[in-house]
Structure formats: C-alpha cells, structure tokens
Design a protein around this ligand. Structure first.
Ligand code: FVT
Ligand code: MG
Length: 331
C-alpha cells in the first residue's frame, strides 16, 4: 500500500499552535514521575550546601520532615535517602550500616513519623560506611567479595526495613543479592517492603558530585569496574535485569540516565516492568553548569531531559531536579 505523502501530509500542521502541540503530545511529565534523592548529615538544624551540586544540600534529620512535606505538597510520591556517615564511623567492615540507630534509620523514622504518606526508598550498599569507599567488603587484593557482601546487604536491608523503609534499593551490583534480600525480607515478615534493583548500574564518570555529597570521593581506592557494568555493553543489561527480576525485584533501574537511554528503552521493551532511570549527580551538575554558563535555559534543559526519560519508556526518574521540575510542571 502506498503511503500518503506530501502535500497530503504536512507534519507541521500538528505543530502549528500550542493547543494542538499539547493535544498531540505523546508523553507528559507529572510530579508523580519523580523520586527525589535527599542527602542526610549529622547535627541539629543543619543545612550543608554541596558545592559540586549547586542548589542541593545535606539536611540534618530534624529538618528532613520539612523536605518530605515539601515533596508531598509538590505531588512527588517518594524520596530516596543517602547518608553522609561521619568519618569516625566508617570502617573496613561497614559495621555502621547495621546499626539500628544510624543516620539513615533515624531519618527514615523521622520521615515516616511526620509524613507517612510519602514513600521512603533507602540505598542498600556499603559505600557510605566503608573506610575504602567500595560498595562491599574487600579482600586482601582490594577486590570486592561478592557472597560475603551479599550476606551483609541482607542484614542492612532488614535494618532499613525495621526502621520503616518502603522500598529498599540495592545499588551495589553484587550477583545474587536481590534474591538473598527478598528471602530475608520474607523470612522476617517484611513482605510489603518492595525492592527496586539497581539492575543495570554502569561504572560511570558521572557519579563524582554524589561521592562528594556522601563523603566517599577521597576515600575510594581504585574504581568500581569489577562490579559495575562496562559502558560499552547494552545486551548485558538485559541479562542483569532478567536475573534481578527472577530473584524477586519489583522494579528495576538503569543508571546513569541520559547517556543510557538506549538501555532504558531496551529494558522497558523487553520486560515491560516498572523501570526507573537515575539522572545522576554528574548529569544534574552538567545542566546547572550549562545554565550558569549561559549555554542553555535551565528550566527548558530540566524539562527536556526529563521528558526524554518518559519517551524512552521510564516509569519514573530519580532526579535531584525533582522539586524544581514539579514546580515548573505546576506552572
Ligand atoms: N547509589 C546512588 C548513587 O550512586 C547516585 C549516584 C549519583 O547521583 O551520581
Ligand atoms: Mg546483577
């Protein structure tokens, strides 16, 4: 069958006025698309601006409830918590990760107490607690031990679930940890706690500002290429996702975001499960730097990058721009 073509078809008709552009839009951003990552610090009444992430701060536990209320009022359904553990509490074996009274547990309790209707996602990985900055326990050669780490991650997830976390999100990239965590949660009666698996997490150069934010940049010995994915690989991400789903992940994530939209689209097409993207700290910093340099309009850059995730198939996006984007959407 011959396709109708010009002049019967003029694509520009659909772009000719705001109302028709609106009407024909295939994707639309909504505040419920966002998960807002928040950094936590020790102290009382503290806000610590993070130089590498202009506009983002660490907040002490007593000030977090206000941030959760802000999320709720903006229509953001869920916040993700990342602790900056004091250096004195970081160790080889990351024991502080299992302390029921550690920074993240106190933060979860404070938020669930004050604003129970906002979802709380906690990060399961050892890098905020290790003296060497790796996501797991290391052997004498500095290599992260898979099965030993996984056993600790199960305990860490249980500690977070006991504090009231709604979603535990293993970001460590150990093999088999999703199944182990799911089994632990079931065994201990946390059958309603969800798992969002950082299924395809790449060894990326875009995480720099995050490591400043959680205080692990100066600590990291070597790099994370022995467990995080090679940026050259796409098909491998599908295997990673298949494994995490088979082990019981409720939702999966691709990380970083924009440089991996192809991976996101392939994952969503192949599995059709709730699929999240993490627009990481380096991406946030790039947008802010571009706007500060006059290279682009900040608001437009924020909204264009976020709708690109939706177009690629994302169910939602973890983004430090969540409150700014929610405000822009609200107009
Ligand atoms: N596990 C969470 C992260 O590693 C975030 C990285 C970033 O925002 O750069
Ligand atoms: Mg995996």
């Amino acid at each position: 069958m011959s396709q109708p073509t010009f002049p019967a078809i003029r694509m520009r008709r659909g772009r000719s006025a705001p109302w028709i552009r609106d009407m024909l839009a295939e994707h639309r951003l909504h505040p419920s698309d966002f998960i807002w990552p928040l950094f936590i610090c020790e102290g009382d009444g503290c806000e610590e601006p993070i130089a590498a992430l202009p506009g983002v701060s660490r907040w002490s536990v007593d000030r977090l409830a206000a941030k959760a209320r802000e999320a709720r009022d903006l229509g953001i359904p869920c916040i993700a918590l990342f602790p900056n553990t004091p250096a004195s509490l970081r160790s080889e074996n990351a024991g502080e990760a299992l302390n029921h009274d550690n920074l993240i547990c106190r933060a979860v309790k404070a938020i669930k107490n004050a604003v129970p209707e906002v979802g709380v996602l906690t990060d399961v990985a050892l890098d905020p607690y290790t003296a060497h900055g790796h996501d797991g326990l290391v052997d004498e050669r500095g290599c992260v031990k898979n099965d030993e780490t996984s056993a600790v991650l199960v305990e860490q997830a249980l500690v977070q679930a006991a504090a009231g976390a709604d979603i535990v999100a293993p970001s460590d990239m150990m093999d088999g940890r999703v199944g182990a965590i799911r089994a632990g949660l079931e065994r201990e009666g946390y059958c309603d706690v969800s798992i969002m698996a950082y299924a395809a997490k790449y060894a990326s150069a875009f995480y720099g500002p995050f490591r400043d934010a959680v205080g692990s940049r100066g600590l990291l010995k070597g790099d994370k290429r022995g467990y995080q994915m090679d940026p050259a690989n796409g098909a491998e991400a599908l295997r990673e996702v298949a494994l995490d789903l088979a082990e019981g992940a409720d939702m999966v994530m691709v990380k970083p975001g924009l440089p991996y939209l192809d991976v996101l689209a392939r994952v969503k097409d192949a599995f059709g499960v709730p699929t999240f993207a993490y627009q990481v700290s380096g991406e946030y910093a790039m947008i802010e730097a571009a706007a500060a340099a006059g290279a682009g309009d900040r608001d437009a850059l924020i909204l264009e990058t976020l709708v690109a995730f939706k177009r690629a198939g994302a169910t939602g996006v973890l983004t430090y721009h969540a409150p700014a984007a929610a405000r822009l959407i609200a107009g």
